[in-house]
Design a binder for this molecule. Structure first.
Ligand code: UDP
Length: 508
């Protein structure tokens, strides 16, 4: 009997943030469903994020744990995730700590001997590690082609330098569509504004790593995109032409979670049980509920939460509203962000989930008629793949670009009008009257019907993309095929390297 051919082994190394770890776990499940060996590399306190949902799963995904240098970098013990910061200073230290993981990553690769490293964009050092082991590094960004094309054009042509005010519109040049933007929707470092010292430092440090990340990306084998060709064909083509990089769109990756339990287990521990959540939604008519969630990172001021509550109540629609723990809770622990008697009045009409919501379970329910989102790419794509019309309320990162894709290109959402890039929603950005208005617009009338019909068509395209023969399916197959070939030609060199490393260890 001949020896069984060795299975291709993919190691995945996500940034320690829910918006990166969640899609990476989905991508690992996808690889595993193609019978590939998969290993996720993470730090001790992030391990359960992966191990818990995998407990009763059919996927056999390995977890390798590397230490995180919290103490060495002056961080309090227990801080290992982007959602744990309480200050800008802390976020700089955290970012710097993430750049110290090169040696630990090398140790894991030495032990596991994967054939490919899928690593986060914000780990630029991983391109050198992969080169050392002679395996391809495939980058994972967490965003789509559209935003990457806009980011590239913005850096290359600096069109924002031609306007005099933050509100004056400019065209982002050389794109498939005429895309208008304003400086207010760009990070403060691009606006050239002086903010407080810590915030300037933070933007500067992130920019430094971001520039290194772009350089590392050029040296990488290619990128995986959580999107699907039919969603943004012009930008998939533009990306290849202008950036000249290999890219495989294999999404929406969240759609690999088909069972209720898989959808429920995604991310952190939910603030509501799956039965209760489904029972609540099950007692509502189709398309009658508004779902509001700002993702895992965005902080929303108490004043803004108060306005959201008023807006939801005034809209007259049933709602599920996710409020991250800690938001708006004053020093005495009072929930000052809720209008007096709000919870009592909204009994049976509105569900407030404090902490973490089972978002995929909710979005996939026929009762949900609209999603008020901060336009994080995962949330946006999850809404898209469930055919839910979107109300866009971008806050920071590339969320303003995602808003343009949704409202101007795909025309499956309406903007709240939020127009200032900021790490936090400070003060009141959108007043309750406008929140009420935009909810009513997305839920009823001719415009709402047109948007819903377009959203349903895009959902259908997403479903087809991941089916056998669909674009994402085909891309996944060709990625695996390429990685297999790469493996054959490079294995010997990787082994030589390992022998060298081992003899160095033996020689002391
Ligand atoms: N998410 C969730 N429940 C929550 C908040 C977020 O399941 O209460 C998930 C959401 O489904 C998405 C991810 O967390 O997969 C957030 O990623 P996104 O890119 O939307 O935003 P970020 O948190 O990175 O700003």
């Amino acid at each position: 009997m001949g020896a069984e051919p060795q299975r291709l082994h993919i190691a995945l190394f996500p940034l320690m943030a829910a918006g990166h770890m969640i899609p990476i776990l989905d991508i690992a499940k996808l690889f595993s469903s193609y019978n590939l060996k998969t290993t996720i590399i993470t730090t001790p306190l992030n391990a359960s994020f992966f191990t818990k949902p995998l407990q009763n799963s059919k996927h056999n995904i390995g977890i390798e744990i590397i230490p995180f240098p919290s103490k060495e970098m002056g961080l309090p013990e227990g801080i290992e995730n982007f959602d744990q910061f309480t200050s800008d200073e802390m976020s700089i230290k955290f970012l710097n700590a993430t750049q110290q993981l090169q040696h630990s990553l090398e140790q894991v690769l030495l032990k596991c001997k994967p054939n490919c490293l899928v690593s986060d964009m914000l780990f630029p050092f991983s391109v050198d590690v992969a080169a050392k082991f002679n395996i391809p590094r495939v980058v994972f960004h967490g965003t789509n082609y559209f935003s990457q094309c806009l980011t590239h054009a913005m850096i290359k042509y600096e069109p924002y330098k031609s306007v005099l005010s933050n509100e004056e519109e400019f065209v982002i040049p050389n794109l498939p569509h005429q895309i208008l933007h304003t400086k207010s929707r760009l990070p403060s470092i691009m606006r050239g504004e002086k903010r407080d010292h810590d915030e300037d430092d933070q933007s500067g440090e992130f920019m430094k790593v971001f520039v290194q990340a772009l350089e590392a990306e050029e040296k990488s084998y290619g990128i995986i995109v959580n999107s699907f060709y039919e969603l943004e064909p012009d930008y998939a083509e533009h990306y290849r032409k202008v950036m000249g990089r290999k890219a495989w769109s294999i999404g929406p990756v969240s759609m690999c979670n088909r069972e209720i339990e898989d959808k429920f287990q995604r991310g952190k521990d939910s603030g509501i049980g799956s039965h209760l959540c489904l029972e609540w939604l099950g007692s509502r008519k189709p398309n009658s509920v508004v779902y509001v969630c700002f993702g895992s990172l965005a902080e929303v001021s108490s004043l803004q939460l108060y306005q959201i509550a008023l807006g939801l109540e005034a809209s007259g629609y049933d709602f599920i509203w996710v409020v991250r723990r800690g938001s708006g809770v004053d020093e005495e622990g009072e929930e000052e962000w809720l209008p007096l008697g709000f919870e009592k009045r909204m009994e049976g009409k509105g569900l407030i989930i404090k902490g973490w919501a089972p978002q995929m379970l909710i979005l996939d329910h026929e009762a949900v008629g609209a999603f008020v989102t901060h336009c994080g790419w995962n949330s946006t794509l999850e809404g898209i793949s469930c055919g839910v019309p979107l109300v866009t309320w971008p806050v920071f990162a590339e969320q303003f670009y995602n808003e343009i894709l949704v409202t101007q290109v795909l025309k499956i959402g309406i903007s709240t009008g939020a127009k200032e890039w900021n790490r936090k929603v400070e003060g009141v950005i959108v007043k309750w009257e406008d929140i009420k208005e935009v909810i009513r617009r997305i839920m009823m009338g001719d415009e709402a019907l047109e948007i819903r019909s377009r959203a349903n068509k895009v959902k259908e395209l997403a479903r087809k993309a991941i089916e056998v023969g669909g674009s994402s399916y085909v891309n996944m197959c060709s990625l695996i095929q390429e990685l297999s070939t790469y493996d054959v030609t490079t294995k010997t060199r990787a082994l030589v390297l390992e022998e060298e490393l081992q003899s160095n260890v033996a020689l002391g």
